[in-house]
Design a protein around this ligand. Structure first.
Ligand code: ADP
Ligand code: ADP
Length: 225
């Protein structure tokens, strides 16, 4: 039951120029519903590029992206944006929460963009915050939260619209080891509870080892570990 399927993904930046860089050269990767896969690679190997292509933020030069079995490759920008908003949640190394808004509001806003009612959006924000142990922080602005709390709110925001696929790029990369553990535990629990598929880029081999599977990006392709 493949949630994300990448087939033969290739990407070259600045093609046809002296600065051409082939980053991805035939990447095949499947992530199933309920599965959490670690993506490990040296810096510069193309992890971010791969996550952006998988999340429909960027396009490949060739190959196919399937989300929930649906071919996304040939779709126009509007259809891809719609699919991304519905089906994909993103988490980055830095939380990118909106500083003027409370934790709950940061989780409400993406739902309003998806035409959810304010009342339902608020209820979902409360449920999500509760699931990561942050009920008491709903009204706090990001600057009033610790790094680990901010990152847990960022997970909640990514999950606001109940995506099928979570893409995370070094989600614990700027946290100390103890906080990183707490945040990772919350992530694992959310993935298990929702049955989502998750692809998590990380340099942290301890965390990678706790996921279902590790894939390594090298020489433009993906190899199982
Ligand atoms: P990673 O996330 O693994 O560090 P990236 O996907 O960010 O790798 O980048 C892979 C390679 O592609 C790097 O050499 C980077 O400099 C290059 N690159 C990334 N984005 C662009 C871009 N927009 N234009 C040109 N080169 C880029
Ligand atoms: P909206 O326009 O409603 O803010 P988008 O459809 O632009 O949302 O984005 C959906 C998701 O993709 C969000 O989680 C957002 O953080 C992420 N996103 C959008 N654009 C970029 C980008 N250029 N780089 C990285 N992530 C992005």
């Amino acid at each position: 039951d493949a949630t994300l399927e990448l087939r033969g993904i290739a990407k070259t930046y600045n093609p046809g120029t002296p600065g051409a860089v082939t980053v991805l050269d035939g990447v095949d990767l499947t992530v199933s519903a309920g599965e959490i896969v670690a993506l490990v690679a040296p810096s510069g190997a193309g992890k971010s590029t791969l996550l952006h292509i998988a999340g429909l933020l960027d396009t490949a030069d060739s190959g196919q992206v399937l989300l929930g079995g649906q071919e996304m490759t040939g779709r126009g920008d509007a259809a891809r944006t719609r699919a991304r908003r519905r089906e994909v949640g993103f988490v980055y190394q830095f939380h990118h929460l909106l500083p003027e808004f409370s934790a709950a509001e940061n989780i409400v806003l993406p739902q309003l963009a998806n035409a959810v009612s304010a009342k339902d959006a608020r209820a979902r924000a409360v449920t999500l915050l509760d699931s990561v142990g942050l009920s008491a922080r709903a009204g706090h602005r990001p600057a009033q939260l610790s790094g680990g709390e901010q990152q847990r709110v960022a997970f909640c925001r990514a999950l606001a619209n109940a995506p099928r696929l979570l893409l995370a790029d070094e989600p614990t990369g700027n946290l100390d080891p103890a906080t990183s553990d707490t945040v990772f535990a919350a992530l694992m629990r959310l993935v298990r509870e929702t049955g989502m598929a998750a692809l998590v880029a990380t340099h942290n081999m301890d965390l990678a080892a706790r996921m279902d599977r590790i894939v390594r990006l090298e020489a433009g392709g993906v190899v199982a570990v």
